[in-house]
Design a protein around this ligand. Structure first.
Ligand SMILES: *[C@@H]1O[C@H](CO)[C@@H](O)[C@H](O)[C@H]1NC(C)=O
Ligand SMILES: *[C@@H]1O[C@H](CO)[C@@H](O)[C@H](O)[C@H]1NC(C)=O
Ligand SMILES: *[C@@H]1O[C@H](CO)[C@@H](O)[C@H](O)[C@H]1NC(C)=O
Ligand SMILES: *[C@@H]1O[C@H](CO)[C@@H](O)[C@H](O)[C@H]1NC(C)=O
Ligand SMILES: *[C@@H]1O[C@H](CO)[C@@H](O)[C@H](O)[C@H]1NC(C)=O
Length: 242
């Protein structure tokens, strides 16, 4: 069978966003791997940046080449340090196995290009994207969220910063709280904050109602995004004074 050479270039310009993604698939013969679905984020500013993408489940053996370079400099490419999926049998088999790669020591205010190329016997497909470190900051969620009450209408919500945001004293975090309440079968949610402290007292809540609290963390000067919400912590307010 004559080898085909097909090159598909897709330009997705995300208007208003910072990311410009270029997806390129080069097909030589057989079935090439899909373009990896890569997601990059800085979980501890400024020195911990990771990319991850799911491992395809049912295709021939695929390996990856992950590199990054500065966009406007002479083309020096650095290897992104690859970490294969752990294939941890204790984790649920339905959850996707993720590849990771680490991008150490990125410079501030610099445009980078990441290239994650999936290669198998059928060909290769590259994911290309540009980013600036400042735009992809996203801490891990706050931990140890605790909600307590010593009255019928007041609550104290406390939490701790994510432990792997290691430069907390130089780059402090601020927090948002979201709570959900159920009233006659209708769930509504309320967002509060940002707060720079790690505890908040809420007053004037409704006795007997169930409240579910979640917290997210964002870099104090608004770099990047708020973390994922922490998993909900529920509390039922007493109807009578404890
Ligand atoms: C990032 O910086 C912090 C504090 O300077 C340090 O403790 C940590 O080991 C560094 N992490 C990496 C991956 O370099
Ligand atoms: C991306 O990396 C692959 C594998 O190293 C390489 O063949 C390809 O030319 C790179 N693409 C760009 C646009 O640099
Ligand atoms: C954030 O949530 C998304 C979607 O649920 C998930 O894929 C991702 O792994 C989460 N990230 C962190 C840092 O927990
Ligand atoms: C951060 O630490 C938590 C445990 O505290 C761990 O589960 C998570 O994988 C770490 N995140 C990163 C991006 O290293
Ligand atoms: C908290 O409440 C929500 C909504 O009612 C529910 O989905 C969730 O499972 C509860 N979580 C816990 C830990 O009980």
């Amino acid at each position: 069978m004559a080898a085909m050479l097909v090159t598909v270039t897709l330009l997705l310009c995300v208007l208003g966003g910072q990311a410009v993604d270029l997806l390129r698939a080069t097909v030589t013969s057989g079935v090439p791997p899909p373009v990896p679905r890569v997601h990059c984020w800085c979980s501890s500013f400024p020195n911990v940046t990771l990319c991850s993408w799911p491992e395809p489940s049912h295709l021939p053996q695929t390996h990856y080449i992950a590199t990054y370079s500065e966009r406007h400099e002479p083309p020096i490419t650095n290897n992104c340090h690859l970490i294969p999926p752990s294939h941890d049998s204790s984790s649920s088999s339905s959850s996707e196995q993720l590849w990771h790669c680490e991008l150490p020591n990125l410079k501030l205010l610099t445009d980078y290009i990441i290239n994650v190329t999936a290669v198998n016997s059928g060909g290769s497909s590259s994911y290309l994207s540009s980013f600036m470190l400042e735009d992809i900051v996203k801490p891990d969620p706050p931990v140890d969220v605790q909600v307590s009450s010593d009255s019928t209408s007041n609550l104290l919500v406390k939490w701790s910063p994510p432990s792997n945001w290691t430069n907390l004293h130089i780059f402090p975090l601020k927090y948002q709280i979201m709570y959900q309440q159920e009233n006659r079968g209708t769930v509504s949610s309320v967002k509060l904050g940002p707060f720079e402290r790690t505890e908040v007292e809420l007053k004037g809540l409704t006795p007997g109602r169930v409240y579910g609290f979640q917290v997210c963390a964002k870099e104090l000067l608004d770099l990047g995004k708020c973390s994922n919400w922490s998993s909900p912590v529920n509390i039922t307010l007493q109807r009578t004074k404890p």
